[in-house]
Ligand binder design. Structure first.
Ligand SMILES: Nc1nc2c(ncn2[C@@H]2O[C@H](COP(=O)(O)OP(=O)(O)OP(=O)(O)O)[C@@H](O)[C@H]2O)c(=O)[nH]1
Ligand SMILES: [Mg+2]
Length: 348
């Protein structure tokens, strides 16, 4: 065989080698994880969204996890009961009669005794159904009562039954403050998504920076009812604090290539609250009316302006405890991100 023949063989081998490299790069791109980071203040709803991804895109919750949530739900109920009873005194709300007052005194002097709610079903139900307790619960936003409280009290009969197993909805309304970083990997339309949940409390934020590499998109979550709430420690508006946090994240150099998605969460709570108190308590310069659309648009604009990013910030109004609502919003968020951003970052 002549020289030309061996050169041809060499060429074919090189071409084949290059083709193999192309295939492996393409494969790598395909299996490259898209990392989504849930950030936002404590109580905004990050873990609730994280739970929704498990329900919608993974296997949901097994029986042993549900039984763990049962303990959390009962603990939540008892804590909320204590908070409401304490705030009845603060807000000057009277007990309906001597019986409810006696139950409340008994509860407040020894809340631990009520741990086995099955033994105190009648007393607790009597308290929960009383006018004073209900009136105080309805004013829960004034003293930052957990947003899952009303749902759990409404479900008391079910929760206090001997064979109670929490439903997905119960789990979505249960509250555990996150500490540490949790990841969830799942397949979404042929792509592998890695969702990362972190704790929002100030003490947890020093852990955030360790998650900032290769972030495809930050999902920043804020609760719209924060406009009405004051932080216990700083005595500042929770929504203004959230806005400042968002502003600093948008300018963080490690996140400069990441897309930003904004979830204005808890629209159900906001819808009720905004009828009672206009946005002016948080934004004195606000001139609009107290309609849901004007007020939510104003909040959205505040965040978009604060973000001041060259790329768009995609803003969505969400109700994280509603699986159907979340499914729709997450699908449309992903459609936008996959079409627009990933092309730029070379992931498509
Ligand atoms: N009514 C209502 N409650 C919500 C909504 N989203 C979340 N919640 C409730 O708000 C509470 C706090 O939500 P989490 O998801 O635990 O908040 P988080 O942002 O993870 O808080 P940290 O872990 O402390 O950072 C839970 O009891 C949720 O059930 C919503 O859209 N509407
Ligand atoms: Mg959390």
């Amino acid at each position: 065989m002549g020289c030309g023949g061996s050169r041809n063989i060499l060429l074919t081998v090189q071409q084949e080698h290059s083709r193999q490299i192309d295939i492996s790069i393409a494969k790598e791109r395909k299996i490259k994880k898209l990392k989504f980071l849930l950030l936002g203040d404590s109580g905004s709803g990050k873990t609730t969204l994280f739970k929704q991804m498990r329900i919608l895109h993974k296997d949901g919750f097994c029986l042993s996890e549900r039984m763990d949530f049962k303990a959390v739900i009962i603990e939540n109920l008892l804590q909320y009961t204590e908070i409401i009873l304490q705030n009845m005194a603060v807000l000057n709300i009277a007990f309906d009669d001597q019986t409810t007052k006696e139950y409340a005194d008994k509860y407040l002097t020894n809340a631990n005794a009520f741990q086995n709610i099955l033994d105190f079903r009648l007393e607790l139900k009597c308290l929960y159904n009383s006018g004073g307790f209900q009136a105080c619960m309805k004013r829960g936003q004034e003293y930052c009562l957990g947003d899952g409280a009303q749902y759990l009290f409404r479900s008391f009969d079910r929760i206090a039954s001997p064979d109670y197993v929490p439903t997905d909805q119960d789990i979505l309304c249960a509250r555990v403050t996150t500490s540490g970083v949790t990841e969830l990997n799942f397949d979404f339309k042929g792509k592998i998504l890695c969702m990362v949940d972190v704790g929002g409390q100030t003490s947890e934020r020093r852990k955030w920076i360790h998650c900032f590499d290769n972030v495809t998109a930050v999902i920043f979550v804020t609760a719209m009812n924060f406009y009405f709430q004051i932080d216990d420690l700083t005595r500042k508006s929770k929504l203004l604090q959230s806005l400042a946090l968002f502003r600093s994240l948008c300018r963080n150099k490690y996140l400069s290539k990441s897309a930003f998605v904004l979830f204005l969460n808890k629209i159900d709570v906001f819808q009720i609250l905004i009828k009672r108190k206009t946005l002016q308590c948080c934004f004195p310069e606000y001139k609009g009316d107290n309609s849901f659309s004007d007020s939510s648009q104003y909040i959205c604009n505040q965040f978009i302006t604060a973000g001041r990013r060259t790329d768009d910030v995609y803003c969505h109004l969400t109700k994280a405890i509603d699986t159907e609502n979340f499914d729709r919003i997450f699908n449309s968020t992903m459609a936008i991100l996959l079409n627009q951003n990933l092309e730029i970052t070379g992931l498509l």
